[in-house]
Design a protein around this ligand. Sequence first.
Ligand SMILES: NC(=O)NCCC[C@H](N)C(=O)O
Length: 292
Amino acid sequence: MSYDFGAFNNWGSLKKVAVRGPATAFKDDHRLDAEWKPLNYHSRPDLAEANREFAAVTRVLEAAGAEVIGLPDGDGLTLDSIYTHDALIVTPRGLVRPFMGKPQRRREATVNGAHLESLGIPIAGEIQGPGSVEGGDLVWIDRHTLLAGIGYRTNREGVAQLRKLAGGDVEILEFDLPHYKGKSDVFHLMSVLSPLDKDLAVVYLPLMPVRLVQFLESRGIGFVEVPDREFDSMGCNVLALGPRHAMMVAGNPETERRMKVAGVKVEVIKGDEICRKGEGGPTCMTRPLVRG
Ligand SMILES: NC(=O)NCCC[C@H](N)C(=O)O
């Protein structure tokens, strides 16, 4: 079955996106109480406020012209299932269900994949352990070039499997990620790189692999640099809604200012409950399926 996923990049106009809001992912106070510590959240999210914050995210996505698909609950899902970006991979041959590096998140790919398959989106295959891949470690530069971060969530075996599933006309370039705060933390390629347009990306240079900086420069991609004080507050986690149109988390005024200087229209959302506590920003909460 062929399916038109549109442009293979991380900045084209967002046409279709899959999300799982807190009403489903956080579900109720019982799930929040039971899971926030084992999943390594900074503190326990408040459900009512999380729902309010997510409603604003949905409004921004829809105002940008995206069709928003809500994913259902399913067996074995946790709070982390709000971060839908990680749990499916879009390739020209169809969706790939990843084997997540974080063990508690392994059911997400099955549940998300089954729902989207029921809507007619083809599945190309799945990554099998001990190979692991998470969507946050992948960035499409163009239809033939995919960047992969190798770290605690994504390993070389997983990327080797993805290479076979994505097809011979896709080159996957691997970059080793730093240890930073270690295995229990979340550190993806997209923790340090968020494309905004064909020639612009938000980056946090101090934690970027040198070869990655050089690769982006060789492609003529300019940088909006996130200052040190805005890295932990997810200044670098910015979702492109379209070329030079982006959604970011409030509390990163210098990154916001620098983006605007670079000609980016910025939508700011409040993410105290849905972003900061679980360490997942606008890119993590959205699984783009089709970009124009
Ligand atoms: N792409 C992302 O950076 N996703 C963030 C996922 C956060 C979630 N609490 C996790 O540890 O997997």
